[in-house]
Design a protein around this ligand. Structure first.
Ligand code: NDP
Length: 295
């Protein structure tokens, strides 16, 4: 039987509807959640991401702004802008689109954002909270979105072997931190694999939940997956396809055709995790706005 699809579009729409409701409630209390995205340089892909984040905010009734700076912007100028946003009470979430031009240290920028406005969840303060299981912080949006997908799809996580391929700070490591906690939608036994992992197959074949965050088109093939496993594909890769209208198509890190014959549930690309990332960014921003009323 082919795997059941975990529909990121539908789950993200649900999250966004919840965000819109919470936003309406906060607006009644005099607070309009606001997210400001900062884009340095003119990378077209980053421009598209920032524009879609701004649009999603507006659709949810939030204030979505973007600030575009030239590629020649100095580190000092960007840090001063972050200080201004940190002190602006109408801004609840700050997002600096990565990658940054090479004259700017990404670490310094991440550290300058007030942890209470760090809705990307990259500040070491929030990373620490995530690892220690303190739900007060902000978790990075993509892995947080994966966890919501598992929950919404009714996947039991407790006691399960979760294998994550990829150890980046934005996906693999925080994904592991979320699933390893004791609590709801977690309690997994987690393994993180990477390019130096010896015998990747031995790990992936025993995964009850397999999460691919590699950046290699269709690398996870059917023979790597345990029958009945739940497979989540985080990858977004552009591959040439002369037959496609744009000359390329988007595929994940999982070979969908093969793996969907082996897995019990699978998230597709597109229409999977990608949709969750922005939805979780909005959810984090609304929570940041709510916290200003509580403190
Ligand atoms: P990174 O390039 O930062 O990390 C990739 C990881 O995969 C690394 O840890 C790397 O290992 C590991 N890896 C590479 N090749 C192999 C291999 N042959 N075997 C085992 N492990 C391997 O990528 P990101 O984490 O930023 O992103 C991963 C994917 O997810 C990309 O396709 C990206 O586009 C997508 N993505 C999607 C998002 C969404 O919203 N859906 C958001 C963010 C990312 P090592 O550390 O040893 O190099």
């Amino acid at each position: 039987m082919p795997a059941e699809i975990i529909d990121g579009v539908a789950i993200a729409a649900k999250v966004r509807a919840r965000v819109a409701e919470e936003t309406a409630e906060l607006r009644k209390r005099g607070v309009t959640p606001g997210l400001t995205a900062v884009l340095v340089g003119d990378d077209p892909a980053s421009g598209v991401y920032v524009a879609s984040k701004e649009r999603a905010c507006k659709e949810a009734g939030m204030n979505g702004k973007s600030i575009r700076l030239p590629a020649s912007t100095s580190e000092e100028a960007l840090l001063l802008l972050i200080d201004t946003l940190n002190n602006d009470p109408t801004v609840h979430g700050i997002l600096v689109q990565m990658p940054l031009p090479k004259q700017i240290s990404e670490q310094k920028v991440i550290r300058r954002i007030a942890p209470t406005k760090d809705v990307d969840g990259f500040h070491p303060f929030n990373v620490g909270k995530l690892f220690t299981g303190d739900a007060d912080g902000f978790a990075p949006c993509t892995p947080a979105g994966v966890q919501v997908m598992l929950e919404e799809a009714g996947v039991e996580t407790a006691g399960k072997d979760a294998v994550i391929i990829g150890r980046s700070n934005i996906v693999g490591k925080p994904m592991a931190a979320l699933l390893i906690q004791s609590g709801k939608n977690a309690n997994c036994t987690v393994t993180i694999c990477h390019s130096r992992t010896k015998d990747l197959l031995a790990h992936t074949r025993r995964a009850d939940i397999l999460i691919a965050a590699i950046g290699k088109p269709e690398m996870v093939t059917g023979d790597m997956v345990k029958p009945g496993a739940v497979v989540i594909d985080v990858g977004i890769n552009r591959v040439d396809d002369p037959a496609a209208p744009k000359g390329y198509r988007i595929v994940g890190d999982v070979h969908f055709e093969q793996v969907s014959k082996v897995a019990s549930r699978i998230s597709p690309v597109p229409g999977g995790v990608g949709r969750m990332t922005i939805a979780m960014l909005l959810a984090n921003t609304v929570r940041a706005a709510r916290l200003t009323l509580e403190h």
